[in-house]
Design a protein around this ligand. Structure first.
Ligand code: FAD
Length: 456
C-alpha cells in the first residue's frame, strides 16, 4: 500500500503524487504539535481551507493525524501496512530534519520514502554553479533557471483515488480560528491566476511597485501551501518572454529556495561573514521602538500604512515590505531576525526561504543583497511609490484629511496633532549615518579584515 504524505503541496491538480495512487492507498496530512502551536491564525485559515478542499475531493477519505514526525509517524504508517511513502521535497531546515527522521524510522521498518516533486518549477538543489553550491548572484541563477522552465507543463488531471485507509484525529474546520474566514485556496488561486493573466499582466512591469494599485498576482499565500504550483502559473502565462518581469519574480522565489537548500544557516546567520557583528539595539527603549513598528505608529506614513495592512490582512505589498524592513534595520537599528520573526508570525504567505532571504537582502547581509550603504528614505519612497497618498489614506485614517502634498511629511501639516498622528520616531538622516557607522564598524572588526588583524 502507498501513502501520499501531503505537506506543502495541498492541491488536487497538477500534482505528481495523486497520479501514483490507486485503490486501497492512503493520503495523509500530519499536524505536528510544533506547527499547531506556531502557525498564525491567517495561515491556519489557509491550511484549513486547502485541507477542506482536498477532503471534499477525496470524498472525506483524507487521513488527518496529530503525530510527531519520526518514529511515531512511521509506526502509524507501518500499522496501516504501508510499503512506500510518497512526499514532496522539504526545503526549510526544520522540515528537512522532520522528513529525514521519518525516513530513517520508515526505513528501519522496511518502508521506503520517495520524494516525487517539489514546490518549485526547478527542484532546489538541482541547479548548481559549475564549481558547486548555490548561485550567489540572481542574474547567473536566472540564466540557468530560465531555459530549465521552458515548455514545462502541468501534470495531467487525475480522478480522485479510492483511498482505503482513513484515520482522523481532527477535522479541517477545527484548524480554522473562529474569527478567520472560510477560505477555498485552490479555487481562489485559480481565480487570481486568471484575473492576473487577463487584466494585470500587461501592466505588471509598470505598476508592480505601486501599493495603491491592484497590479500583482496575490498568489503568494497559495504558492506557500502548494494550493497552486508554479508549473500551473507558467503554463497559464503562455509566452514567457512577454511575461518576463513576472517570471523573474517567480525565479526570485526559486533563487531563495535554492539558497536555503545549500545554506540552511541563512535562516539565522548573515551570509556575508563581514557583517555578522553589527551592533543591534536591545533593551526597553529598543523594545518600545519595535512595538511602535509592529503597531504602525512610527510616524512614517508609508511604514505605518504597511504595518497596519499586515496586521489587518496578513498580506503586504512587496515594495512596502522592503520599506518597512529597511526602517527596522537601518533607522531603528533592530536586528533583522526580529523583523523576520514578526513577518512569520503575521504573514499569510510566511515562507522561511523567501522571508529570510529577503530580510537579508534588505539588511545587505545576504545573497545578491542591496549594498549595505544603500538606505531607503521612507519619505522619498512614499512620495515615489504612493504619489497620490491613496495607500496611506486607506490604512492610516488619521491622515485622510491631510493634503496630498504633505501626506508623506505629515509633521509639516498643521492638522497633524488634532488628527492624533505621531511625529516620526527617529530622524532618518541621523539614523542613516548611525547605521552606516555601525555597518562599517562591523566590517572593520570582522575576522580577516585589515583593521581587525591590526587590533589582534
Ligand atoms: C522583507 C521581505 C519579506 C518577504 N517575505 C516573504 C514571505 O515570507 N513569503 C513570500 O512568499 N514572499 C515574501 N517576500 C517576497 C514578496 O514580497 C512577496 O512574494 C510578494 O509581495 C507576494 O505578492 P504577490 O503574490 O502579489 O507577488 P507578485 O508580484 O505577483 O509575484 C509573483 C510571485 O513571485 C514570488 N515573488 C515575488 N517577489 C518576490 C521576492 N522579492 N522574493 C521571493 N519571491 C518573490 C512570489 O511567490 C509571488 O507570489 C518578502 C519580501 C520582502 C522584501
Amino acid at each position: 500500500m502507498r501513502v501520499l504524505w501531503l505537506r506543502g503541496d495541498l492541491r488536487s491538480y497538477d500534482h505528481a503524487g495523486w497520479s501514483e495512487l490507486g485503490i486501497g492507498d492512503a493520503a495523509v496530512f500530519v499536524l505536528d504539535p510544533g506547527l499547531a502551536r506556531h502557525a498564525s491564525p491567517i495561515r491556519r485559515a489557509w491550511l484549513a481551507g486547502a485541507l477542506g478542499e482536498i477532503d471534499d475531493w477525496t470524498d472525506h477519505r483524507l487521513s488527518l493525524l496529530h503525530a510527531r514526525h519520526g518514529d511515531e509517524l512511521a509506526a502509524i504508517f507501518a500499522a496501516w501496512g504501508a510499503t512506500e511513502v510518497l512526499t514532496h521535497q522539504g526545503v526549510a531546515p526544520g522540515i528537512r530534519r522532520r522528513i529525514d527522521a521519518t525516513r530513517r524510522s520508515l526505513e528501519a521498518r522496511g518502508i521506503a520514502l520517495r520524494v516525487v516533486d517539489s514546490a518549485y518549477a526547478v527542484a532546489p538543489g538541482s541547479l548548481t554553479r559549475p564549481e558547486g553550491g548555490a548561485w550567489r548572484v540572481f542574474g547567473a541563477f536566472w540564466r540557468q533557471w530560465r531555459p530549465a522552465v521552458h515548455g514545462l507543463g502541468p501534470f495531467e488531471a487525475t480522478a480522485p483515488p479510492s483511498l482505503a485507509v482513513t484515520e482522523r484525529h481532527f477535522e479541517p474546520a477545527d484548524l480554522r480560528p473562529p474569527d478567520q474566514p472560510l477560505l477555498t485556496p485552490q479555487r481562489t488561486a485559480l481565480e487570481r491566476l486568471e484575473r492576473f493573466v487577463d487584466s494585470r499582466l500587461a501592466h505588471y512591469a509598470a505598476d508592480r511597485d505601486r501599493p495603491a494599485v491592484a497590479a500583482t498576482s496575490e498568489l503568494s499565500p497559495a504558492l506557500h501551501i502548494g494550493a497552486i504550483h508554479p508549473r500551473t502559473i507558467l503554463a497559464a502565462l503562455g509566452d514567457l518572454d512577454r511575461a518576463d518581469r513576472f517570471v523573474r519574480e517567480l525565479a526570485w522565489r526559486e533563487f531563495y529556495a535554492h539558497a536555503l537548500w545549500h545554506h540552511p544557516d541563512l535562516v539565522d546567520l548573515e551570509l556575508d561573514p563581514t557583517l555578522r557583528q553589527i551592533a543591534w539595539d536591545e533593551g526597553d527603549e529598543a523594545d518600545a521602538r519595535f512595538r511602535a513598528w509592529c503597531d504602525g505608529r512610527t510616524g512614517f506614513p508609508i511604514v505605518d500604512a504597511g504595518m497596519r495592512e499586515l496586521a489587518a490582512t496578513g498580506w503586504l505589498h512587496n515594495r512596502v515590505r522592503m520599506i518597512v524592513a529597511s526602517l527596522l534595520v537601518k533607522d531603528l537599528h533592530l536586528d533583522w531576525r526580529r523583523g523576520a520573526a514578526w513577518f512569520e508570525a503575521t504573514l499569510a504567505d510566511a515562507d522561511i526561504a523567501s522571508n529570510r532571504g529577503n530580510w537579508q537582502w534588505v539588511a545587505g547581509t545576504g545573497l545578491d543583497a542591496a549594498p549595505y550603504f544603500r538606505v531607503f528614505n521612507p519619505t522619498l519612497q512614499g512620495k515615489k511609490f504612493d504619489p497620490d497618498g491613496h495607500y496611506v489614506r486607506r490604512w492610516v485614517p488619521e491622515l485622510r484629511a491631510c493634503p496630498t502634498s504633505l501626506i508623506h511629511e505629515p509633521w509639516r501639516w498643521v492638522g497633524r496633532e488634532n488628527a492624533g498622528y505621531p511625529l516620526p520616531i527617529v530622524d532618518h538622516d541621523r539614523e542613516r549615518r548611525e547605521a552606516l557607522a555601525r555597518y562599517d564598524a562591523a566590517r572593520a572588526s570582522a575576522p580577516g579584515s585589515p583593521r581587525a588583524r591590526r587590533a589582534t
